[in-house]
Design a protein around this ligand. Sequence first.
Ligand code: NAP
Length: 392
Amino acid sequence: MGDIKFENDKWIVPDDPVILYTDGDGIGPEIMDAARKVVNAAVKKAYKNKKIMWKEVLIGDKALKEKNDRFPEESQNDILKYRVLLKAPLGTPIGEGFKSINVRIRQMLDLYSNIRPVTYMNGLESPLKHPERVNLTIFRENTDDLYLGYEWKFDSKENEEIKDFFKTKFNIDFGKDTGIGIKPINKYKTQRITRAAIKFAIENNKKKLTIMHKGNVMKYTEGAFREWAYETLENEYGDYVSRDDENKILISDIIADNMFQQIITRPENYEVILAPNIDGDYLSDAAGALIGNIGTLGGANVGDNGAMFEAVHGTAPKYAGKNIADPLGLIRGAQLMLKYMNWHEAHDVIEKAIGKSIEEKKVTNDVARFFNVEPLGTKEFGRSLVDIIENL
Ligand code: NAP
């Protein structure tokens, strides 16, 4: 049993790595159970000598019940020690003073790449005529930009001070009743997300990488993002990328508003999209909508020394404990984890099994309603995927 190590951008994965999981809230425990069973079956199918040694970390409702704390210190210590986590959705209580545990984990492990692959699954009801053309992965910067939260209410003392400063120093008058927020974009942070995106493109044989930005308006933030991204790509990955040679990965950039239009009208032109935090946030959900069902999408938050994999959706409280929820989003998250572990064969086994399951219309309620078939429960769907895997 060994820890996963990170050396010079590489994951060093033993044959029996410890991987953390947390059941999460709402539908979390049910989908986690199904997802781990599917992953175990796939690893067993793909390799004779590999096995994931799952270790549970208590977070959220379960931790509150057992330890009287939503994010106990021992769970934080485990995350800092083992650094790779498969996470079911966690509810964020609404109200002042509660910082999302998702955000805390991202900060603890400096998970600066938010990665969301969006691929169509046959049969889903998409708003597009040709949803099968959607096969893209968004790399959203996760630690910079407006999300740093430097904001001052229009009538606060700090707001007044900032306005005074701008007035005296730059003769800029923001006027009365103006809220102020600051948008920082950092070169180092842009470079590291760019490297993550291009490495993904190279390793996954992608042919196009597009930089999304609103640099025509925000010249020294989003414009700088564009510039630094090109610079990193051309200076460090010149052998792999080009702006016009189709034998290499084609790199280009696009203004944010046009990006939204293009993923709807010509999704096939986009494979890897690199975006600053706020643009990536908007685009991720819009891209998810293209395929008709975010319940089937997984995502990852990855840094240089750790990663957290998850479903894109939340805790779907209305389905909690009812054996109805679709575990596919979390399974997709786990597949991404297998890719980062370099266990591609196990990833592919799951891909085949999902394909077969859809073909045979063995699906949970969220997908079954499009197929007009009787749905499988969460448990039964997981078991059916395991059966398919064992018989591949
Ligand atoms: P949500 O949990 O994603 O659920 C919204 C709706 O999406 C559900 O009512 C259901 O809609 C459908 N859905 C989502 N996942 C599904 C699944 N696996 N199987 C079947 N249907 C699924 O969004 P929410 O209600 O806005 O958020 C609930 C809680 O989750 C909040 O506390 C929020 O903070 C948290 N959250 C956590 C994460 C995370 O941990 N990463 C992410 C997002 C939200 P239908 O009515 O169409 O069946």
